[in-house]
Each structure stands twice: as C-alpha cells, then as structure tokens.
Design a protein around this ligand. Structure first.
Ligand code: AMP
Ligand code: MG
Length: 540
C-alpha cells in the first residue's frame, strides 16, 4: 500500500478475486439469524440496506492504492456501495467466524458481528486488499447486538487508522466514512441513559482480517481439520515467503507472528497509543493495529492509564501492560495451533523470541527517541529507567516532552554552569501544572538532563542533525483524544470540516506545520473529565 499508483479506474472496474471464500468452507446455512456456526470459516451475508447514504470523508491514499479516482470516491455510487446499499460485480459479502478471550476469559464464538467483508480487490499493480464494512448490519455473529456503528466511534476509527499509518505504525486502513441516514440507539456508558445517534459505516482495508481468535475458535471446538485448512490458507496467502505449509512452516509462521507483534507493540509504546481492548479477537495475525474502539493517546505519561471505562477497575489493558498482554495473547495463539505442532518446546521458543524482540526493539526505540544512534546498555539502561521516573514526577505530556527534548542546543550549553531552572526551561511546556514543580523536582529533572546531555555529546552529532533524527520518531501531532471529540461534536451537528482538517494534519505528524501549533498543545482542562476525551467505553 506504500506505492500508490497514479493510474485511476472507476468503481465498476475494480477487479475482485475472492480467495478466502473460494478456498475455505462456508456456513451451509444462508439465513441471516444469530447462531453458533460450526465447520465453517465464514457465513455469506448481505449488508442491510440503509436510508440515505452520505459520504463524510475518504482517504485519498487508500483510494489511490486501490486505483480509485477522486471522481469515483465522490460519486453517489461510492456512498451507496460503502454503506452496503449496492454491490459491485465481483463482490461476495461474508462475515468471518472467530472466537476470542475477552478480558482474560474465553468467550467462545464472537465473529464479525457488525463487520461484513465485501471481497478482495486486486489493484492494477496486483496487490490485494480485503474491503470490509464496519456497521453494515446484523450477521449470524451479531449475538444480542444490532450490527451497527455510530458516527462517534466511526470518526474515531477512520481518523486513527489513517493517523497510525502516517505515524509509521502497522494498521488496518480506512477507505471511507459514510453516514447511513439512520439513527442508532446507544447506551454510551451502560448506565441506562440510551440515546439515538447517527449511524455510520467505515470501510476498512487490509490484506486480511484474520485474528488470533480465528484460530482459537477451531482449536476450542476440536475442529482440527478446519484449523489446519485456515492455517495452510493463511500461510499460502499472507505468508507465501514461508513456503509450502508443513509442521516446520507452522512454527516459522508462529515465530513471525511473534516478531511482528513485538514490533507493533514497540510502535504503540513509542507513540503513546493505548488500544484499550487487547482481546485476542482484536489481534491481527499480520501484526496490524486492528479494531479501534475505546483506544486513547497518552497525554500525561502514566503507564497505568487506560481510556476504557469498562476496564477501569482492573486496568488489564493500560499502557504499561500492553507488552505483557501481547505475550499473553500470543500464548493463547500458541495453544490454539498446538494440535498441529504437538510439541510445546518450539512454541515456547517462539514466545521467548517475542520477549527478546520486544526488549531489544524497545531499547532501540527508546534510544532513537532520545537521539542516540544505538542503545548502549552500560549507560542507557539507567538513563531510560531514570527518565521514566522523571516523566512521572508530575503530570507530563509525553508527546510534548519528547518533541522538546530534540531542541536542546548541546553545543552551546555549559552543563555545569547552567542552573537547574535554565536547563529545564525548554521542557516546561510539557507540564500540566508547571507551578507545582518544586525545587526538588526541578533538581531531579535537571540532574537527569545533565546525564542525558552528557551522553548525547558522546554521539558527536550536530544539534541540527540530531533534531532532525529525533523529530522523525517523536511525533509533533497525534490524534489527541479531545481533538477527535471536537471533530465528532462538529460532525454530529453536520459540519465535517474538522475531520478533513485533522486527517490533513495527521498526514504529516512529524513535520512542524506552521500555523497548526494549536493542535500540538496539551489537552485543555475542560477535556480532563469529559466523556469521549478521557473516558470511553466499548459501546460504539
Ligand atoms: P469489539 O469489542 O468491537 O472488538 O467487539 C467484540 C465482539 O462483539 C465482536 O464479535 C463484534 O463483532 C461484536 N460486536 C460489537 N459491537 C457490535 C454490534 N453493535 N453489533 C453486533 N456485534 C457487535
Ligand atoms: Mg473486535
């Protein structure tokens, strides 16, 4: 998806080649009612028609990857297709069967309860993309729910998918955000105060939407043949470089999932992203960020923070727990493919590889955030440990802190002569209550800065070069929770301009962007306790 073509085609010329449903067994029943689906990877199901499809916004990069022209994306037909009202020739809609552990407990069959895949597009360069509508109506996996999505959560998914991509974080993409013209009843905080909200659909795009839970469901049901069929298919399609599926290749595959998951979590920790619901059904086997629900961005650096009110008591999925939760989830995936491997040792080795890759990746990531070419355990272990304590002395905005760190001019500084006050001045912007910085706090920060700047000097890089390198990994602009909420507030009143504005801003999260400084500032005080800004739930 990184090399969009300039050549464009119309919607009608999109070429579909639906391998998944061509090669894997379907639910024999075609009626659309909720049930346990056995012996199948998916159910064929049509999206539910809606009243008044309306395009809110689309991602021009994703459209380009598919080869679609802007005229196609702005056409009435586009809104009809991507709300699920019309199908293009070659589309064969289906919902996937998967299971998962939710908050640590096995939940049995989950599946695409409100996602419907339209098919697999081959773009003019021969790349493949699965198109999936989120919020297009009930499927056999909808359980007790309505299969719909509301504007608020769809704006969040649309903007964040694209923002993550531009930050360099692996993610599913979002082609479009549309309104259905229908009202959807939601109890946002499960407190009995339901209200109607505008219905919306996001068209998500990824090479595949296979999850850890896609394998778990067959293992849990003892459907070993199906488990093997799905794994063989996954290896042939998403991991063709591993060769023909066999026991050794299953292990190589699992190792690769461990490695890409480690890389993903390193990215999340780098940019301050908290997924919020790291259930095993929300883990992509491609190491992509998937299922944007009650996610959030760290404002003040607090490893215990989670945006998800449903998880407020346990904080299972808080920022600081993400690395170990990913390992827990990988362990469940290992258990589910065990029947095909029948030996624990190599699976454990792959899990150990996750731990090793995460630790190494995290060290290197922290080193680059700090402007070091390489991580040097001898000095940097302590520097980083101390830094994480300094960041927790007082409420400190993580994004601003790292961005400002790049602005020190070490060539000019006399580390011994400069007072604590002067030394820490460039960082004050990152503090939510700078007046609470006591002399003792200032000394801690200044002491850390002195050791840090001393270490930087050994790199022998000019201030300008180092600033450029640090700015390339420490974003200036992230989708701050309150910014997304402001865009939602406007969109709910019919004004979509801020969605477009944020998408444009977040296309270049590492650039300075003159005139856009307001978007890089600390969360305003009003947003501290506002629903949607710091508190979200799974209700979407
Ligand atoms: P999530 O927390 O969004 O990952 O969803 C967990 C499970 O609940 C998945 O199987 C979803 O498909 C299903 N689900 C969530 N919201 C809805 C909804 N409004 N209608 C039907 N199924 C849903
Ligand atoms: Mg999910």
């Amino acid at each position: 998806m990184t090399t969009p073509s300039q050549a464009t085609i119309s919607l009608e010329s999109l070429r579909f080649d639906n391998r998944f449903i061509g090669e894997l067994p379907a639910d024999p029943l075609s009626e659309n009612y909720c049930r346990q689906v056995f012996g199948a990877c998916y159910s064929l199901v049509e999206p539910t028609p809606v009243n008044a499809p309306q395009l809110v916004h689309y991602s021009k990069e994703v459209a380009q990857s598919l080869g679609l022209s802007s005229e196609s994306c702005e056409s009435e037909l586009f809104a009809q297709i991507f709300t699920g009202n019309k199908l293009l020739p070659g589309m064969q809609p289906y919902a996937l069967c998967y299971g998962g552990h939710q908050f640590g407990n096995w939940a049995g069959q989950l599946g695409d309860g409100r996602a419907i895949n339209l098919g697999e597009v081959m773009n003019p360069q021969g790349q493949r993309f699965t198109l999936q509508l989120k919020g297009a109506g009930k499927t056999p996996y909808s359980r007790h729910a309505d299969g719909l999505a509301v504007l608020r959560s769809s704006v969040r998914e649309f903007l964040c998918s694209e923002a993550m991509h531009h930050l360099g974080v692996p993610t599913t993409r979002a082609l479009s955000l549309t309104l259905t013209g229908e009202q959807v009843l939601r109890d946002m905080f499960y407190d009995g105060r339901s209200k109607f909200e505008p219905g919306a659909v996001v068209c998500r795009v990824a090479p595949s939407f296979t999850r850890f839970g896609s394998f778990q469901i067959f293992a849990a049901r003892g459907e070993k043949k199906l488990l093997q069929q799905l794994l063989d298919y996954t290896i042939r399609t998403d991991f063709p470089h591993l060769g023909e599926p066999c026991r050794e290749v299953y292990l190589a595959w699992f190792s690769e999932v461990c490695v890409s998951t480690a890389a993903l979590i390193v990215h999340w920790q780098r940019v301050g992203f908290v997924h919020g619901v790291m259930n095993t059904d929300n883990m992509s086997i491609l190491g992509l960020t998937i299922d944007y629900g009650p996610y959030g961005w760290l404002e003040d650096y607090n490893p215990g923070w989670t945006p998800n009110t449903t998880d407020a008591a346990e904080r299972r999925y808080c920022f600081g727990n993400q690395p170990q939760i990913a390992l827990w989830n990988l362990t469940q995936l290992a258990n589910s493919i065990y029947p095909l491997v029948e030996e624990a040792e190599p699976l454990q080795q792959a899990l150990a590889l996750y731990t090793e890759k995460f630790a190494g990746g995290w060290n290197e990531m922290m080193a680059t955030k700090l402007g070091f070419k390489r991580f040097q355990a001898k000095t940097d272990d302590k520097l980083i440990t101390d830094l994480l304590q300094v960041l927790r002395l007082l409420e400190t905005d993580m994004t601003i802190f790292y961005r400002q760190l790049a602005n020190f001019e070490i060539d000019k500084l006399d580390l011994l002569q400069t007072s604590d006050e002067e030394l820490i001045a460039p960082l004050l912007d990152a503090y939510y209550a700078p007046e609470q910085l006591t002399a003792a706090f200032k000394k801690r920060i200044a002491d850390w800065l002195r050791s840090y700047l001393y270490r930087l000097r050994q790199e022998g890089v000019t201030d300008a070069v180092r600033r450029m390198q640090m700015h390339a990994v420490n974003p200036k602009f992230v989708l701050r929770n309150y910014l997304a909420q402001l865009a939602i507030d406007k969109a709910e009143s019919g004004d979509f301009s801020m969605i477009a504005e944020l998408l444009e801003l977040l296309r270049n999260p590492y650039a300075e962007q003159a005139g856009k400084e307001a978007f890089a500032q600390k969360r305003p005080d009003w947003a501290r306790q506002r629903a949607g800004c710091s508190m979200l739930s799974c209700s979407s």
